[in-house]
Design a protein around this ligand. Structure first.
Ligand SMILES: Nc1ncnc2c1ncn2[C@@H]1O[C@H](COP(=O)(O)OP(=O)(O)OP(=O)(O)O)[C@@H](O)[C@H]1O
Ligand SMILES: C=C(C)CCOP(=O)(O)O
Length: 246
């Protein structure tokens, strides 16, 4: 079973609000369709926000820790993410991938300590029935804070642990984690060893960019790969392109 995140920075033009990168989404959807046709059985897709969601969250001052009690603000962020989710579903369905949505806002919550509660029975049942569940970064009810942002990366970590994923992949806009001479770091097992080169995203991003991604993945028991779109098909075929986080 694979949990795959399509980075928002890959499938959208991240510095132009609410702009899809149709060519990139097409390439990603082609790779997913080919892998399923080639025999891959269980795949969960999660996508990030890119230019959908992050701008809205930033405008409303909402992040993973700063919440809102204004339903209009929550729905503005959620609506942007659902719009992008519709695009992802459409691109997959056009390639006969049996993609169905799971909207995290209606599926889970954080408690007062910020701990995520995310039941996964619906995702497991979808997989068992031959569907490809497609989740996305979203807003989520948060005890004492109203609604806060949940990143696609956090959902990947949660799903991978709950579903005991065999492989975890984060397809981003970079070929992997880059060191200070822009060479892809092969393997990361310690945050402090790479902390100096890990930055935020270059675009508006309320969930922590590459540093947040590495921190989230290091907390997982299973290995994860961070790689670029050009090696998505290789990852789905069983290779470990880019940076391995363990
Ligand atoms: N050391 C690094 N190596 C690679 N990328 C880095 C590094 N430090 C910071 N970055 C930034 O992190 C970005 C990737 O993080 P980002 O959160 O934008 O990715 P994403 O998951 O694909 O998108 P989204 O969060 O919208 O879903 C890169 O585009 C780059 O700007
Ligand atoms: C900004 C929102 C709502 C979702 C962010 O998800 P991410 O792009 O995976 O960090």
């Amino acid at each position: 079973m694979i949990v795959l995140k399509l980075g928002g920075s890959v499938i959208t033009e991240k510095d132009r609000p609410e702009t899809l990168d149709g060519d990139a989404l097409e390439r990603a959807a082609d790779a997913i369709a080919a892998a399923l046709e080639g025999g891959l059985e269980d795949l969960v897709v999660v996508h990030g926000g890119g230019s959908f969601g992050h701008h809205n969250a930033s405008e409303h001052g909402v992040s993973t820790t700063e919440g809102t009690h204004d339903a209009n603000a929550a729905l503005d962020i959620h609506g942007a993410m659902k719009t992008l989710n519709q695009f992802v579903l459409r691109w997959l369905l056009e390639r006969d991938v049996q993609a169905v949505p799971v909207h995290p806002f209606s599926a889970g919550h954080r408690d007062r300590d910020g701990a995520l509660e995310f039941p996964t029975g619906q995702v497991e049942t979808m997989l068992g029935e031959g569907f490809v569940p497609v989740l996305h970064g979203d807003v989520i009810a948060h005890g004492g804070a109203g609604a806060t942002v949940i990143s696609g990366d956090e959902l990947v970590a949660e799903l991978a642990a709950a579903l005991d994923a065999d492989r975890i992949g984060l397809c981003s806009t970079v070929p992997g984690v880059l060191d200070d001479s822009d060479t892809v770091v092969d393997r990361i097992d310690d945050f402090d060893a790479v902390a100096d080169v890990l930055g935020a995203s270059e675009a508006t991003d309320v969930t922590g960019g590459m540093a947040g991604k590495v921190r989230t993945l290091l907390a997982l028991e299973a290995e994860a790969s961070i790689f670029g779109l050009e090696t998505l098909d290789a990852f789905l075929a069983g290779d470990n392109p880019g940076t391995t986080i363990d």
